[in-house]
Ligand binder design. Structure first.
Ligand SMILES: [Zn+2]
Length: 128
């Protein structure tokens, strides 16, 4: 039985969770590193409902997923949170794809990229 679980999570709280885990220093321009306070809200993406900011300093646009493995996949923040949760719980790619309404290949590719990213972080922490 599959539940429409993404609808049960708050978009706002999911965004905060992603911000904390993918941008621990706060959201910054991915080009010049100016803080998000130095940017204007430019638009909201249609599919993933992400806020796109335009940097006041360098005029580039960026969002919560810029320069992370999440960029270009068009997931909603709720799908990202549940995907990471599922991967950490050891759910299969098939189960996650069905539960989150994503293609098998999208989940497979993100699983590989996220695992690579996590492994790199663990190795960096060991060297500190
Ligand atoms: Zn900038």
């Amino acid at each position: 039985m599959e539940f429409p679980i993404t609808g049960l999570l708050s978009e706002e709280e999911s965004e905060q969770w992603i911000l904390k885990h993918f941008h621990p220093q706060g959201l910054k321009c991915s080009w010049c590193q100016a803080s998000v306070e130095q940017a204007n809200l430019f638009r909201v993406t249609r599919k993933s409902k992400l806020k796109v900011y335009r940097c006041c300093k360098c005029k580039h646009t960026y969002n919560l997923y810029s320069r992370t493995v999440l960029q270009q996949h068009h997931l909603t923040p709720q799908q990202v949170v549940l995907l990471l949760r599922g991967i950490l719980k050891g759910e299969t790619t098939n189960e996650l794809a069905a539960e989150l309404g994503l293609s098998y290949l999208t989940v497979l590719s993100l699983r590989r990229e996220l695992q690579l990213d996590f492994i790199q972080k663990i190795q960096e922490e060991r060297c500190e």
